[in-house]
Design a binder for this molecule. Structure first.
Ligand SMILES: Cc1cc2nc3c(=O)[nH]c(=O)nc-3n(C[C@H](O)[C@H](O)[C@H](O)COP(=O)(O)O)c2cc1C
Length: 185
């Protein structure tokens, strides 16, 4: 049987009604529909000590490293904070090492309060991905004007945004498969 294509999802917002988290949920739905297995990294991201301060053998660090190692691909999502990635997500990314990440794909999502969207944050995430020797698909999703992005039921007010997010998740699974078997189109 083919091994499960685990997608480790790392979200850079702790807010209960986080738009970034909802955006990642939509992308995860697309990945699951395409055969991926979403694994939420929230439990680790929220508990990781500041990078460089963890005592040796810290169990959260060890569990996070094992999950990153197992993952076939990653989904990273961040709110734009002062033109860049949130500290919460950056701290988690700082724990990642080449041996857990090289050659793996990472899908990128970012949200912003402003109408210009989170382009600067996406560029930064792409730079981090490259520094970790990862592949990023050409698609990425920026959710602008985050306060207006969701209805009171938590659905995306613009169905095109939800569709783009699901497409991103499905595309990530497609990228892993094509990378493993270039004869697939
Ligand atoms: C500390 C901080 C800095 C922010 N900086 C920006 C910014 O530079 N540009 C922008 O458009 N929105 C900015 N925002 C708004 C957030 O990007 C926006 O509310 C985001 O989508 C919230 O994500 P969340 O709902 O997942 O927490 C900032 C918000 C905070 C709390």
């Amino acid at each position: 049987m083919a091994e499960p294509l685990e997608i480790l999802i790392l979200c850079g917002s702790l807010r209960l009604e986080s738009v970034t988290h909802r955006a990642l949920e939509e992308a995860a739905k697309g990945a699951a529909e395409a055969g991926g297995v979403p694994v939420w990294g929230d439990g680790w991201v929220h508990r990781l000590p500041m990078c460089g301060t963890a005592p040796s053998g810290d169990p959260t660090v060890a569990e996070f490293a094992a999950a990153a190692h197992r993952a076939s691909a990653f989904l990273w999502g961040s709110p734009e904070y002062h033109g860049t990635v949130s500290g919460l997500l950056k701290n988690a990314l700082d724990y990642l090492a080449f041996e857990q990440t090289a050659g793996k794909w990472v899908g990128l999502v970012a949200t912003a309060g402003g109408h210009q969207g989170a382009g600067a944050t996406l560029i930064t995430l792409r730079t981090v991905a490259r520094s970790l020797h990862r592949w990023t698909p050409p698609d990425q999703v920026s959710v602008a004007q985050a306060e207006r992005a969701l209805s009171s039921e938590g659905a995306f007010t613009d169905p095109a945004v939800a569709a783009k997010l699901r497409h991103l998740g499905a595309g990530l699974v497609g990228a892993i498969r094509r990378f493993r078997d270039p004869t697939l189109v």
